[in-house]
Design a protein around this ligand. Structure first.
Ligand code: A3D
Length: 316
């Protein structure tokens, strides 16, 4: 029997037309992941100009959908997925936690507007400090946990994979690796599970080489901030968010590390933390739980403590 095809038009909105939001919009166009892409910002003219510029790339990319720039949340109505990038980014010397107070205020405001118009959307949160901001979106929206997810692990794992590929001079797409936990210094790039074409990296790289790669992954964001001076990474973060949005919009069931709300998984309760999840049309459809080694469990616990500290600072 022929499968019924879901032909309903898909809508993606991106809140924040800054560096990450613009990169996400570009990647979304390149990959044609939605029929309508809305870019929203509070700065007058910014999203309109960026959307128009992007629209003019459509003959070159072959994207045939709508691209809308706006400062009116009514234009985001009935979105299937909303990527939230609104807020301040880091400058040299700042930690992600330094952004908390101002970004909580912005994220609250943004979430209240979003839910008025798109009660069924899956929300992909990018704004830092991510593990606390995704919690804020969850609490303010009142959405079920499967509809709210944070982007960090996809990016951190991509950085980890890129550094492993570079060290081994192999194709990055042949590297499989997972970063769990908080998006910060206590993130956990799992060494035991990292492999290249199925071969564990522990068989191919020395302890020192692996330690360097793990350290560089943990500080991957800061390394870029140090170079840029005026902002933080945007291209890989934008694509990481689009990778997640695509899996939801196209019901791909990709297995990706994301900040998901935990209720007992890995022995953790009541926080969002980076874990491997299955992303499909319902958002977070499953968390893939597996036994951790004692040192991994201990490292994850440090992540939990870091996130709880951030969350208590949100006042929620
Ligand atoms: P930036 O280029 O400054 O863009 C932020 C945009 O948000 C600006 O255009 C603002 O005008 C807009 N904005 C501010 N307040 C509002 C509001 N109330 N409603 C709508 N738009 C608003 O920053 P960026 O794009 O480089 O970074 C955006 C956020 O993503 C920051 O918090 C970064 O720290 C974060 N980020 C997270 C990751 C992760 O891996 C989690 C990676 C990269 C950036």
């Amino acid at each position: 029997m022929a499968m019924k095809k879901n032909n309903r038009k898909k809508k993606l909105s991106i809140i924040g037309a800054g560096a990450v939001g613009t990169a996400a919009a570009q990647w979304a166009v390149c990959r044609s992941i939605a029929d309508t892409i809305v870019l929203l910002d509070v700065v007058a003219g910014l999203p309109h100009g960026k959307a128009l510029d992007l629209f003019q790339t459509s003959p070159l990319y072959g994207y045939a959908g709508n691209i809308v720039g706006t400062d009116d949340y009514a234009d985001t109505a009935q979105s299937d997925v909303i990527i939230i990038t609104a807020g301040l980014a880091r400058k040299p010397g700042m930690s992600r936690d330094d952004l908390l107070e101002k970004n909580v205020r912005i994220i609250r405001e943004v979430t209240e507007e979003i839910v008025k118009y798109s009660p069924d959307a899956c929300l992909v949160v990018v704004t830092n400090p991510i593990d606390a901001m995704v919690y804020t979106v969850f609490k303010v929206s009142g959405f079920p946990k499967h509809q709210v997810v944070g982007m960090a692990g996809v990016l951190d794992s991509a950085r980890y994979r890129a550094f492993i590929a570079q060290a081994l001079a192999v194709a990055p797409s042949d590297v499989t690796a997972l970063v769990m936990g908080v998006h910060g210094d206590h993130m956990l790039p799992l060494v035991r599970l990292a492999s290249v074409g199925g071969v564990p990296i522990e068989e191919l790289l020395s302890k020192d080489e692996i330690e360097n790669i793990v350290g560089r992954t943990q500080h991957g964001g800061a390394e870029i901030v140090q170079h840029l001076k005026t902002g933080s990474a945007f291209s890989a973060p934008g694509l990481a968010a689009v990778e997640m949005a695509q899996s939801i919009l196209k019901d791909e069931k990709r297995v990706v590390p994301c900040a998901a709300y935990l209720e007992g998984e890995f022995g953790i309760n009541g926080v969002f933390l980076g874990v491997p999840v299955v992303l499909g049309k319902n958002g977070v459809e499953r968390i893939l739980e597996f036994p951790l080694a004692p040192d991994e469990q201990e490292a994850l616990q440090k992540s939990v403590e870091a996130v709880k500290k951030q969350v208590s600072a949100t006042g929620l």
